[in-house]
Design a binder for this molecule. Structure first.
Ligand code: UD1
Ligand code: UDP
Length: 364
């Protein structure tokens, strides 16, 4: 096998979405691509569904890593990706984001002396309770190429004296929204299933939120008592916790809340387009809401964010995890308490093109 391919590794829902524009651009430029799914997410609706919808190639190497311990998950992924990298000997491994799979894959590549390119480098929440904060810091320090979405993320990297080369590229999630929303508007039938005319769109899955009984209860009560009806696609981690903590019934029988399984990207994009506001602890959704074709207010149900650009540009507000604070901010958003800057701080949809151009120049 010649040492010439770019290996693009994904493992979870947001990585597939954010890497889709990169994969597409590599293919359009006929750059040999080895596509790997490390298997951190494995349910159809968290994984394969996105590969099909976004018309990505079938992974050349695909895995399922069904373990509940984060260390076992990280270790297993490192072992399997190590073998794949050793076999293929790519000239560069590209990873995206801050999951355990990203850290494991990056380390596996490094151990095989293959350079790592980190897409979405330099984000910092400065909240060390978050596994993502550990992962993103570590991956940034082992990467040869750092694709920082904004000047702020570049500054974070410079302050930490990372040894790789830094490039400011925007975030590929804006490319993903621009490329897929028009298709979603044609194809998605989700609105026929939604019971409410006007609604807030909610998601929750951060470990420090949903694995904490008090926070989980606050979120459920806020959704049930909200002064606007809530459409809520539930992440599998959260469904598991809600059932364990006997809150599932309260949520699913509430007339104020419509729960749904995790949705495909087209359905979710359309709900983002149609909702009054978004209530979420997701990272990617904070960015997507700033896209020129979406422009929605986001209440971030967390204590911090690694996306301060979304806050500074008026799209997002960190509202904490107390019920009263969340409800107060929903009321404020309903009376128009948000004003947005003109442009998305995450670019205008040409991020994948910039990344691929840099890859071609630097790693050829
Ligand atoms: C992971 C990432 C998080 C990212 C999120 C995207 C880490 C530390 N966390 O969180 O940064 O925002 O993915 O959604 O890497 N599960 C299933 N089926 C699946 C996937 C997960 O049932 O296909 C359940 C399992 O019970 C599993 C749990 O969810 O143990 C947690 O999954 P895991 O991938 O470890 O973390 P996420 O919460 O999904
Ligand atoms: N998303 C989706 N279906 C859903 C919920 C989210 O397609 O039911 C998309 C969303 O548009 C965004 C990504 O998944 O692009 C965010 O994933 P998640 O919140 O799980 O992870 P994070 O961004 O926090 O890492």
């Amino acid at each position: 096998m010649p040492m010439n391919e770019i290996m693009l590794i994904v493992g979870t829902r947001p990585e597939i979405i954010k890497m889709a524009p990169v994969a597409r651009t590599l293919q359009a430029k006929s750059i040999p691509l080895i596509f790997v799914h490390c298997g951190q997410h494995y349910d159809y609706n968290m994984s394969q569904q996105f590969i099909e919808e976004l018309e990505l190639p079938k992974p050349d190497y695909g895995f399922e890593v069904k373990v509940s311990s984060p260390s076992l998950q990280t270790g297993r992924i490192m072992a399997i990706i190590g073998k794949v990298v050793n076999k293929v000997k790519p000239r560069l491994v590209l990873v995206e984001g801050d999951t355990n799979g990203v850290l494991a894959s990056g380390l596996a590549a490094l151990k095989m002396n293959v350079p790592v390119g980190h897409v979405e480098a330099g984000l910092r929440s400065f909240d060390l309770r978050m596994p993502e904060e550990h992962n993103r810091r570590l991956v940034d320090h082992i990467s040869a190429y750092l694709f920082a979405p904004t000047e702020n993320s570049r500054k974070n990297l410079e302050k930490e004296n990372v040894w790789g080369k830094i490039f400011v590229t925007g975030n590929t999630v804006i490319d993903a929204v621009m490329q897929h929303l028009p298709i979603a508007e044609r194809k998605s039938k989700i609105l026929k299933k939604i019971k409410f005319d006007e609604f807030a769109l909610a998601t929750a899955h951060r470990a420090e939120n949903v694995d904490d009984l008090v926070v989980l209860r606050n979120l459920v009560e806020a959704f049930v008592e909200a002064p606007i009806q809530i459409v809520y696609p539930v992440h599998p981690r959260t469904q598991k916790r809600l059932r364990q903590q006997k809150m599932w019934k309260k949520l699913t029988t509430s007339k104020n809340v419509q729960t749904l399984p995790p949705l495909g990207y087209f359905d979710f994009l359309l709900l983002m387009k149609k909702c009054r506001m978004i209530i979420t602890d997701s990272g990617g959704i904070q960015e997507e809401a700033t896209a020129p074709t979406l422009r929605k207010p986001v209440l971030v149900t967390r204590l911090s964010t690694e996306r301060p650009e979304a806050v500074r540009s008026g799209f997002a507000k960190v509202v904490g995890v107390e019920k009263e604070g969340i409800l107060e901010n929903i009321k404020r958003a309903l009376i128009g308490g948000f004003s947005f800057s003109k442009f998305s701080p995450y670019g205008n949809g040409d991020s994948a093109m910039k990344i691929v151009d840099i890859v071609m120049k630097e790693a050829s």
